[in-house]
Design a protein around this ligand. Structure first.
Ligand SMILES: Nc1ncnc2c1ncn2[C@@H]1O[C@H](COP(=O)(O)OP(=O)(O)OP(=O)(O)O)[C@@H](O)[C@H]1O
Ligand SMILES: [Mg+2]
Length: 361
């Protein structure tokens, strides 16, 4: 597994949370999807066989034999052109050939689901998408057309590893037994969501107390000018379709407001620090109810980035390797590769000259 590990709020906690294991279990995709199916993106859920889970957690092998592409004639990704070959890795001392395991039955189920969803999907596990791994995909996107693309993202993602290994890490009831989890591959129809239309909504005791712009690193003028409309549309959506329908009274839901003003449910998340509070702080949302009550005096508090000045670096940035490495490794920018090799050669020559210069007479 290629892994660049940096921590962020996603896997650290500082103690405001009283989130229970049961609440986390309730936020699994397969729990909420049947309840809110009409209001969210069309999706399919496939049980993950144990040997696939083992493969995803196995650090030794990367990706992938390409036999799952045979029914995908429209696929243009260059990643697949040599797909029938084994993946070869070499270093100075040894050359190792890694043959990826194959899962023919699972592969054909996945392909069938992808086709039924229009050919392009957004993949998730029970809770998380591999958002921290999109840099490794050739198109830098989570858009997948095959199981090998899904595996590449999943095997490179700490968020996916977190789902598989420690989903209850931040729960307050550590002494109680973990709920039994059946792991699932979630395939969602790929939809081009405009980041400025995404909002995260915090629900405490079945009241919508706060709404945050989801992509808070950017300033979107339309949010400033349509603040009232957006807030009302989300409040209406909540009271008509979400409130009292979910298994918990505390939760966080994500929505998308499309260009026609229609609101869609994107995801449900636990009410606690495992979920990014974006433009709020968890202590504001939870502290003894007082701050939370203040927030909702006149309807939910609505926070968004007010101007270009406050724009912040993108939160997944720390998960990326430098763009130059990506270009080099994928051969996307041939000139960069040539420059890199020239640089290396110059460096070598310089150090050779230095060595010669320093040599004893
Ligand atoms: N079906 C889809 N097609 C294309 N993009 C999507 C789709 N679903 C979600 N996205 C994009 O991916 C982002 C992350 O999706 P999602 O919230 O499901 O992942 P997550 O792992 O639960 O994230 P978080 O950890 O923030 O809760 C969304 O904000 C949206 O921009
Ligand atoms: Mg989520």
């Amino acid at each position: 597994m290629i892994r660049v590990i940096f921590t962020d709020g996603h896997i650290s906690g500082s103690g405001y949370c009283s989130m229970k294991k049961e609440q986390v279990a309730n936020c699994q995709f397969s729990v909420w999807y049947p309840i809110f199916k009409k209001h969210t993106i069309k999706s399919q859920i496939l049980p993950l066989p144990q040997n696939v889970i083992d493969y995803l957690l196995d650090d030794g092998t990367l990706v992938v034999s390409g036999s799952d592409h045979s029914t995908q004639p429209t696929h243009t990704n260059s990643y697949n052109s040599d797909a029938e070959e084994d993946v070869q890795w070499s270093d100075d001392e040894t050359t190792t050939t890694v043959t990826a395991p194959e899962f023919p039955e699972f592969t054909s189920k996945v392909l069938e689901a992808i086709n039924a969803l229009g050919g392009c999907v957004f993949p998730k596990l029970n809770w998380s998408a591999p958002r921290d791994a999109n840099w490794i995909a050739l198109n830098s996107s989570l858009e997948c057309r095959s199981l090998s693309e899904i595996f590449l993202l999943f095997k490179s993602s700490d968020f996916i590893t977190h789902d598989l290994t420690q989903p209850f890490l931040q729960c307050s009831d550590q002494d109680s037994p973990d709920p039994v989890i059946s792991y699932e591959l979630v395939l969602r129809k790929w939809s081009e969501l405009i980041p400025g239309g995404e909002f995260r909504c915090f629900v405490k005791e079945n009241k919508l107390i706060a709404i945050s712009q989801r992509d808070y690193t950017q300033y979107y003028q339309h949010i400033l000018t349509q603040e009232q409309n957006i807030s009302h549309a989300i409040q209406d959506f909540f009271s008509q379709h979400i409130q009292y329908h979910f298994l918990d009274e505390d939760f966080v839901f994500d929505v998308y407001r499309d260009s026609q003003g229609r609101v869609w449910l994107i995801d449900l998340n636990p009410f606690g620090e495992v979920t990014d509070s974006l433009l709020f702080r968890w202590d504001e949302l939870t502290s003894g109810g007082e701050a939370a009550q203040q927030l909702q005096q006149d309807g939910p508090a609505f926070r968004y980035t007010m101007s270009e000045v406050t724009v912040q670096p993108s939160p997944c940035l720390s998960y990326r390797i430098p763009r130059d490495f990506v270009d080099l490794s994928t051969g996307e920018d041939a000139y960069k590769l040539i420059d890199f090799l020239k640089l290396k050669k110059n460096q070598q020559e310089e150090s050779e000259e230095e060595e010669e210069g320093n040599a004893p007479p």
